[in-house]
Design a protein around this ligand. Structure first.
Ligand code: IPM
Ligand code: MN
Length: 349
């Protein structure tokens, strides 16, 4: 009964090293939790595919991907491919086409994990990063290209519909947590987009009278993330601000080796995509050095999205147990994956 079709895109660099570990732990947890079948279909997309075919992701493959229950993704980015080609042609193409308007980035400092902050406190918040518009829209262009008077514009597109759906989702998430929402923008300078966000938040807020909301400019948000990160519960913000603050959020909670994400379509009209926040790390690719933990935690987010809370809990418990005793010993990518798989099989939750 619990059977799911999953498209697997390992992608570039360390992607093909960490993705099998995520799947390994997922399977171990599923078997121990009384079963769930994941029918995996691997798609060989990324830098190598682009260099061989000139295609990042054809419309035809995109439509095929639409038929899966979820997509499990590694990383994009290949030094031999011009910057932006794969990012836009593969990852953003899926985020936009599949309406991944909630880019969910849980941020929690787990016991045993060293934070670079002297007094981190209890860090436990989620960032709801808008995932389909804003400065990522790809609108803009050049005038007088290559001349001394060149003009480059990069337009941030914000629709009332797009902002409202993500703000409402963030309020609803806050309602299930500590009931505090911080919306982050830059309305002192972004006079159109910033004010649209503000008006939308004020319009939606009365639907969630038990959720307290406040506002921070993005620059101020980065200060608090370092000086007082425990003040945050749920943060909702635009696509680019969310990209930036979630790298900082990962850094203060142990690094991007631990940071998971879900590109979620809450309406479930197309598959959601789960991936570590980190990139392809070409400098360490192929050496078995990458930490698969972020990918393993992304598998837990995927399990949760598929309604497999028992499996997600097993994975989460396994990771927390491992982190608590991890110390500074060096293990390979697959050694960490094996340990997490064994723990996920053993943990009773
Ligand atoms: C992320 C990444 C992507 C982004 C890149 C690879 C396009 O940095 O998921 O945070 O900017 O969204
Ligand atoms: Mn990023």
């Amino acid at each position: 009964a619990r059977e799911f079709s999953i498209a697997v895109i390992a992608g570039d660099g360390i992607g093909p090293e960490v993705v099998p570990e995520g799947l390994k732990v997922l399977k171990a947890a599923a078997d121990a939790a009384g079963g769930a079948a994941f029918n995996l279909t691997h798609y060989d997309l990324g830098g190598k595919h682009w260099r061989e075919t000139g295609e990042a992701l054809t419309d035809e493959t995109l439509e095929e991907l639409r038929g899966y229950d979820a997509i499990f993704f590694g990383a994009v980015g290949d030094p031999a491919v011009p910057s932006g080609v794969l990012e836009r042609g593969l990852l953003l193409k899926m985020r936009f086409a599949f309406e991944h308007y909630v880019n969910l980035r849980p941020t929690k400092l787990l016991p045993g994990v060293a934070s670079p902050l002297a007094n981190p406190g209890d860090i436990d918040f989620v960032v709801v990063r808008e995932g389909t518009e804003g400065p990522y829209s790809g609108q803009g262009g050049y005038l007088r290209y290559g001349t001394e008077h060149e003009v480059a514009t990069e337009v941030s597109v914000n629709t009332a519909f797009g902002v409202e759906r993500v703000v409402r989702d963030a309020f609803a998430r806050a309602q299930t947590r500590r009931k505090k929402l911080t919306y982050v923008h830059k309305h002192n300078v972004m006079q159109y987009a910033g004010h649209l966000w503000r008006r939308v938040v004020e319009k939606v807020a009365p639907e969630f009278p038990d959720v307290e909301f406040d506002y921070l400019h993005t620059d101020a948000c980065t200060i608090y993330m370092v000086t007082d990160p425990s003040r945050f519960d749920v943060i909702v913000t635009d696509n680019l601000f969310g990209d930036i603050i979630t790298d900082l959020a990962a850094a203060v909670t142990g690094g991007i080796g631990l940071a998971a994400s879900g590109n979620i379509n809450p309406d479930r009209t197309s598959p959601s995509l789960f991936e570590p926040i980190h990139g392809s790390a070409p400098d360490i690719a192929g050496q078995g050095k990458a930490d698969p933990t972020a990918t393993v935690l992304s598998a837990a987010l995927m399990a949760e999205h598929l309604g497999l809370n028992d499996i997600a809990a097993r994975i989460q418990t396994a990771v927390e147990g491992d982190l608590a005793v991890r110390g500074s010993g060096v293990r390979t990518t697959s050694e960490i994956g094996d340990a997490l798989a064994a723990a996920a099989a053993a943990s009773v939750k």
